[in-house]
Write a protein that binds this ligand. Structure first.
Ligand code: DLL
Length: 436
């Protein structure tokens, strides 16, 4: 395999484990103090556990700290867990919560800089440099994808091309006319772009594009091969989540044997999801992050719900940063559809708000390499109507409400009363036909 051991910040990415341990310990002490002094809910939790900031001396003591979960952010919505005042915030992003309320995350200028360093490391890991035109087709907006890679590209000194999502034929035209070198988008959108290229009769070999940085949703090795074939590029995985920063928490090097976690900023642990006990390397469990470098939202031991394992062995690329496996699932029911996080509970809330009964089914599929979502809604006798116009208008109302709450389009299928299955145990309301 071609040797390509380029790093963005070798002093950190290839630091000895001792140096990393020292840096992580320093940063953890600062973080615990910030939580204790500025985040009332965390101070309360530490007091209940009889913990004082001085008890945490090194990164090895992290196991004594309390966990944080998504609901902690919801309970303090929108800004209750921020450790800095508004005057120090320079950016806010948000992602789906488990109910109607979003999970809101904030950044200081320092946080944006560190996040951008993580994204720049990912671009360099994928073979990118200052010379490159980085075509960014992740969504821009409250979602962290677009802005995350954008700032990473600019920090690196590469040229960011903020195309955002959608209008696939225009994407193809830009790839052709501007000679983009690296594309960043969800893997499912990469497949769709590849197919559009083929349908437009364009030979992928003719494009200058040589690599792609794909993430925000689970994808398989088979999907990687398919994308590489369709776009004639090398496809790299990038992982991240809004609560921790956004894209660039971890990313692949050219050897692609796991994703290097930027653990000088985002310290990972893997724990048993039921007991919370730390698990050793090579054992699958729930990924937990402590934002040791963060100022605005310095989350401690945040439970991601992503299932994966860690590997601390040294990578041949020269990086010493621990590697995480591709996430192989989640401990909750969150679906990721076209890169957008969707909880079935959000759909249920929308239906209930519209006065419907909560008898519904969500069918997720992948057609032409694009995720689709059909929401089947069972009508009550009172709602059922014989006129097509009434039924169409009801479909329209449901679709519009879902679009405005979830920012995603769904096909709505109205069903006759009592036609959906009833459950005696746990309800199964999602049928995901996509193969990962
Ligand atoms: O998806 C951030 C991101 C943007 C990552 C662009 C990569 C590229 P959220 O919307 O908060 O943030 O969703 C986070 O998405 O907990 C995982 O379940 C899933 N996820 C993200 N990257 C990957 C990946 C962004 N490479 C949630 N493989 C996470 C599998 C991923 N799942």
């Amino acid at each position: 395999m071609e040797k390509q051991a380029m790093y963005y910040e070798p002093a950190y990415e290839c630091a000895s484990r001792d140096v990393l341990h020292y840096m992580q310990s320093q940063a953890l002490r600062r973080l615990v103090k910030a939580n204790y002094e500025h985040v009332p809910s965390m101070r309360r939790r530490m007091d209940e556990m009889g913990l004082e900031p001085g008890d945490i001396k090194s990164i090895d003591d992290i196991v004594n700290l309390p966990f944080t979960v998504k609901n902690d952010l919801r309970d303090t919505y929108p800004f209750g867990m921020f450790a800095v005042g508004k005057e120090d915030l320079v950016r806010i992003h948000a992602s789906s919560g488990t109910t109607g309320k979003q999970t809101v995350v904030g950044y200081t200028a320092g946080d944006i800089h560190n996040w951008s360093r993580g994204a720049a490391r990912a671009i360099v890991g994928a073979g990118g440099s200052k010379e490159d035109l980085i075509h960014i087709s992740y969504g821009y907006g409250l979602f962290t994808g677009g802005m995350g890679l954008h700032y990473g590209a600019e920090l690196l000194g590469a040229t960011a091309l903020p195309v955002s999502t959608g209008n696939t034929k225009r994407q193809v035209q830009i790839l052709q006319d501007y000679s983009s070198d690296i594309i960043c988008c969800t893997p499912s959108y990469a497949l769709h772009i590849g197919e559009t290229l083929r349908d437009m009769g364009i030979d992928a070999h003719e494009l200058k594009l040589r690599a792609g940085i794909f993430g925000a949703e689970p994808w398989s090795e088979e999907m990687r091969k398919e994308i590489e074939k369709l776009l004639d590029i090398k496809a790299y995985d990038i992982y991240g989540l809004s609560e921790i920063a956004g894209p660039g928490v971890a990313s692949e090097c050219y050897l692609q044997q796991g994703l290097h976690v930027n653990e000088d900023m985002f310290y990972p642990e893997v724990v048993d999801p039921s007991t919370g006990q730390p698990l050793p390397d090579g054992v699958y469990g729930e990924l937990v992050f402590t934002c040791i470098g963060k100022e605005a939202l310095p989350l401690m031991r945040y439970r991601t719900r992503d299932i994966c394992m860690l590997d601390h062995s040294k990578c041949e690329c020269g990086r010493t940063l621990v590697r995480m496996s591709k996430p192989k699932g989640r401990t909750d029911d969150m679906l990721i559809i076209r890169g957008i996080n969707v909880f079935p509970s959000q759909i249920e809330s929308v239906l209930l708000e519209l006065g419907m009964d909560p008898n519904y089914m969500i069918i997720v599929d992948r057609k032409n390499n694009l995720d689709t979502m059909e929401v089947q809604v069972e009508l009550t006798d009172e709602m059922f109507s014989d006129t097509v116009r009434d039924m169409q208008s009801m479909k329209g109302r449901i679709a519009a409400a879902l679009q405005s709450t979830l920012n995603i389009s769904a096909d709505i299928k109205l069903l006759e009363p009592k036609s959906l299955p009833r459950f005696e145990g746990k309800a199964v309301r999602v049928k995901d036909n996509r193969a990962f």
